[in-house]
Design a protein around this ligand. Sequence first.
Ligand code: MG
Length: 161
Amino acid sequence: MRIGVGYDSHRFGPGGPLVLGGVPIPVDFRLVGHSDGDAIAHAVTDAVLGAAGESDIGSLFPDSDDANAGRDSIEMLALAMEKVRSMGFHVINVDVTVISETPRIAAHRQEMRERIAEALGVAADQVGLKGKTNERMGWIGRGEGMACIAVALLAPSGADG
Ligand code: MG
């Protein structure tokens, strides 16, 4: 089996909705990024690519490519997963922690798990997802943006999972 870790952070900017875990959350701020800024999708993408020994989301989908501007990050995750699958791996599970003072994750958790699971070709119960605040400390605590950490476990195709 192969394990990978991914991290991502994005700054908040004016104008909603905020797209996170593939789900548009109706708030009046968003995650600023070249793509849709979906920090969960980016962290999961890097975890899955890392587990396969690949580099990262920025190498697959460079900022310099206009085709990636405003792009749906769940679509990028699905494409990264296609690559990982072609290398002979499938996902056993992923687990994600979102660190942010706002918005609260709980109300959107199940829908996010389903979107991520769909992109990975697994069931929603193979996707862990939880939100934590940063206890009002530092840049996250001041509400300047959010961070996400993800781990992914892969197995060779044909193995149990
Ligand atoms: Mg990102």
